[in-house]
Design a protein around this ligand. Structure first.
Ligand code: AMP
Ligand code: MG
Length: 268
């Protein structure tokens, strides 16, 4: 009875054709979704506790989206209340001079999860085939061969025991306009406004093409991409939460059996 909470990108389709305000797999209203998300969060907290105790599975969760797409608030809402001991977020912004002097995966690999950990990537190595492509930071032959590197890199992590989930939060151009405008209108959001985002907005169609290629080239059973319609925040949170909880249920983490007999230990 697994429902699909994501959108499929057909071979010749453009991301611009996928409805960012859809709510696939959900027939209730926004309050139902919020309640369901809260319930699932309790389960997530329990599953993460077991995963941490068991120290067997590593989990990597990648978030990518256009500016204002909702990466930060999805992460905040899905993971709030999870024990910080076993969870970490890594943010990948503009690379430093030192990072640029290395290959583009050099800065990424140290942040991958150890067994027992969940690591969230807020942006990721995918920027190296997205912003790098749309802004022509490197020529096409350089970024094009990276799809193969990325498949290999994620294949390595998966072979060594990582579960990888990748989310592209899909908003449309009109929604981005509204969200950018609210960053100008609301004093509490001024800190989020970045004039650089307006430059990137002009490249919208180039970004959609870059995202579509990245998703097609690197979605594999061991590292699937989920295209989440993200105009409606309550649906986005619910969909992401559902997919993560389902993946953790499948791992079925268990508290380890003690290597001693607790009944035989006497405290003084
Ligand atoms: P933010 O997520 O708002 O903190 O912005 C981070 C910025 O860093 C975005 O504009 C990204 O496109 C940019 N960025 C991330 N990774 C790279 C990269 N590998 N090369 C160039 N820019 C990047
Ligand atoms: Mg930003």
């Amino acid at each position: 009875m697994t429902k699909n909470y994501w959108l499929e990108l057909d071979d010749d389709a453009s991301l611009n054709d996928l409805p960012a305000d859809a709510t696939p797999g959900f027939d209730g209203d926004d309050d139902d979704a919020r309640d369901a998300t809260d319930k699932l969060r309790d389960e997530l907290i329990e599953l993460q506790e077991r995963l941490y105790a068991e120290q067997r599975h590593a989990v990597l969760i990648v978030f990518q989206a256009m500016d204002t797409g909702g990466k930060d608030s999805t992460i905040r809402r899905v993971f709030s209340g999870v024990n910080p001991a076993g969870i970490r977020m890594a943010r990948f912004g503009r690379p430093s001079e030192k990072e640029l002097a290395h290959d583009y995966l050099w800065r990424v690999h140290p942040h991958t999860p150890a067994r027992g950990q969940i690591v969230i990537f807020n942006r990721s190595h995918y920027e190296d085939v997205l912003v790098v492509r749309t802004n022509k930071l490197f020529p096409e032959p350089v970024w094009r061969r990276r799809y193969e590197h990325i498949r290999g890199f994620e294949g390595l992590l998966a072979d060594e025991g990582a579960t990888i989930l990748k989310f592209y939060l899909h908003i449309d151009r009109d929604e981005q306009r509204e969200r950018l405008q609210s960053r100008l209108d609301e004093p509490d959001k001024h800190w989020k406004f970045d004039a650089h985002d307006l430059e990137q907005r002009k490249l919208w169609d180039d970004y959609m093409a870059a995202y579509a290629d990245a998703i097609r080239e690197t979605s594999r059973p061991f590292a699937p991409w989920y295209i989440i319609p993200a105009n409606r925040k309550w649906y986005r949170d619910y969909a992401v939460m559902s997919i993560i909880v389902q993946a953790l249920r499948k791992l079925d983490p268990k508290y380890p059996e003690p290597d001693y007999d607790p009944r035989k230990i006497r405290l003084e």
